[in-house]
Design a binder for this molecule. Structure first.
Ligand SMILES: *Cc1c(COP(=O)(O)O)cnc(C)c1O
Length: 395
């Protein structure tokens, strides 16, 4: 098997058989000339069928799926229009009325929000749990538990979960483990090799890497993903655009190289912030001060590029800081070549996104985040320019 950078460039791709074009073809056609015995229901779709309809499958999207499967060392991959498209298809695939799922109490906001109402309204019970605490997970288990869903590091706190430990807990209970590995990326962690059943990425972030294409993916075993593709991906319709697949394919070519620089820059910026007099607290898995630095070293071979930090009077100072920035964009999202900074106000997040069920969960949030945190996605600019920009904005 090839090494990472070679896979990022070559895996899944092939020269165009008609023209010999070396770069992947962008096939925008929604439909394909069919054989006279082509099936009309997706029920009859089999691997190796010729192309029929782009929502069912498309040669550009398939090249991306194969490249992602190679990078994650997964049997197979199904691509989606966004990370949330991937997550919702997986939830529909695994859960039905009467089932129970344990979800990280702090997670990507849209996931937190659909598990507050939309999913419970379907008759699926959700328990939100601090998944860094194995005992809390064990306590939350029920006979009907079908899924444990974690993010590591989690958005936005950068709290880690021990994947191998939680995979064991899930499997003993007859449940599956799904890991949103968007922050870690395959450059840092291979959740499937640690026992997870499914891996999810928002391709909008590090894998695409350039802030110009939404996308998502679920990776795992064929016996799960083949029915997932037919029943939830194709029928629910959250298909990736071939154009976005093509942009993301092109982005991935430099993915391992980019991750090395994201980490190198983030370490420099995190060390600078840690010494800055206005900064109260810095959380970055690569710093010895991260409360789970030992786990980070064991589970992540790259600490990625996201830092959170607290400053004195953060909420009052956001506007002034956003206006002073010359290089870093004050914007949501992360994992792009451009550095991005955004302030997350605790009180607001706790009302809209995270609904904690215990005082311990609130304590854990307060310990990490206080009244609010800046989330900084360290990009690929020169680290000294980023440090100068932050220095002049923070004063
Ligand atoms: C951005 C993000 C998502 C959602 O991805 P979209 O592509 O925006 O739908 C899911 N999980 C994590 C951890 C994210 O950062």
């Amino acid at each position: 098997m090839h090494r990472e950078q070679t896979k990022a460039i070559h895996a899944g791709e092939y020269p165009d058989p008609v023209t010999g074009a070396s770069a992947p073809n962008l096939v925008m056609s929604t439909t394909f000339i069919a054989d006279s015995d082509t099936v009309f229901s997706v029920e009859g779709l089999e691997e190796g069928n010729t192309w029929i309809y782009t929502r069912w499958g498309n040669p550009t999207i398939r090249q991306l799926e194969e490249k992602l499967a190679a990078l994650e060392e997964a049997e197979t991959a199904v691509a989606f229009a966004s990370g949330m498209g991937a997550i919702t298809a997986l939830l529909f695939h695994l859960l039905k009325a009467g089932d129970h799922a344990i979800i990280s109490d702090v997670a990507y906001a849209a996931l937190s929000e659909i598990t507050n109402e939309l999913i419970p309204d379907l008759g699926i019970e959700i328990t939100k749990t601090d998944t860094s605490d194995a005992e809390a997970i064990k306590k939350a288990l029920k006979p009907a538990t079908k899924l444990i869903y974690i993010e590591t590091p989690c958005n936005p706190l950068l709290r880690l979960t021990d994947i191998a430990l939680v995979a064991d807990i899930a499997h003993h209970a007859g449940a599956k483990l799904a890991v949103d590995s968007t922050f870690a990326t395959p450059a840092a962690t291979r959740p499937l090799s640690l026992g997870a059943d499914f891996v999810i990425h928002s391709l909008t972030k590090y894998l695409g890497g350039h802030g110009d294409a939404l996308g998502g993916v679920v990776l795992g075993k064929k016996n799960e993903l083949t029915p997932l593709r037919k029943k939830t991906a194709i029928r629910l319709g959250g298909s990736l655009s071939p154009f976005n697949a093509w942009l993301i394919l092109r982005g991935i070519a430099t993915f391992p190289i980019r991750m090395r620089v994201h980490q190198e820059n983030a370490l420099k910026v995190a060390s600078f912030l840690e010494q800055h007099p206005e900064v109260k607290r810095v959380i970055y898995p690569g710093l010895a001060s991260h409360p789970q630095h030992e786990l980070a070293r064991r589970q992540m071979s790259n600490f990625s590029g996201i830092i959170t930090f607290q400053i004195e009077r953060g909420k009052e100072r956001v506007r002034e800081i956003a206006e002073k920035l010359q290089v870093i964009h004050y914007a949501v999202s992360l994992g792009h070549h451009r550095s991005l900074l955004f302030y997350l106000h605790s009180e607001e997040l706790l009302q809209t996104s995270f609904r904690f069920s215990s005082p311990a969960q609130l304590d854990s949030w307060n310990t990490f985040a206080g009244e609010g945190i800046f989330r900084l996605s360290v990009g690929l600019e020169d680290a000294d320019d980023l440090i100068a920009d932050l220095g002049s904005a923070l004063g």
